[in-house]
Unconditional design. Structure first.
Length: 119
């Protein structure tokens, strides 16, 4: 069980990053790849995951994709911890996945409901 942990924030509206853990070569098999919508406030993020394969030193890599849009983001204390194969993942925190507009009262929902009613 692996655990990626970092802090991040965006100095611009709508910042996005994607932490990843992948094979260091073709076919670049991804064990972790999650788009994270950032806020302007520092927030701690954590994702538990299992490696898709067994890797020797140098056969895998970790990083953060940043190139989604013009943005200014800050990232601190990025780390990946290995808790071993038999670790209970329920003992680790897991960041929630969401997106702007997902809320039940999001502004776009009223207009969408009106369009559906017309059908």
């Amino acid at each position: 069980m692996l655990f990626a942990r970092f802090y991040a924030r965006s100095a611009t509206e709508g910042g996005q990053i994607c932490p990843l853990f992948e094979k260091n070569g073709s076919p670049y098999t991804k064990s972790l790849s999650r788009i994270v919508d950032l806020t302007r406030q520092w927030k701690e993020y954590g994702f538990h995951f299992e490696a898709k394969e067994d890797y020797d030193a140098g056969q895998a890599r970790a990083g953060i994709h940043l190139g989604y849009q013009k943005q200014l983001v800050e990232i601190a204390d990025f780390s990946i911890l290995n808790f071993g194969q038999n670790f209970d993942k329920s003992r680790l925190p897991q960041s929630e996945f969401s997106y702007q507009g997902r809320e039940a009262n999001a502004a776009w929902r009223k207009e969408a409901e009106r369009r559906i009613e017309k059908i």
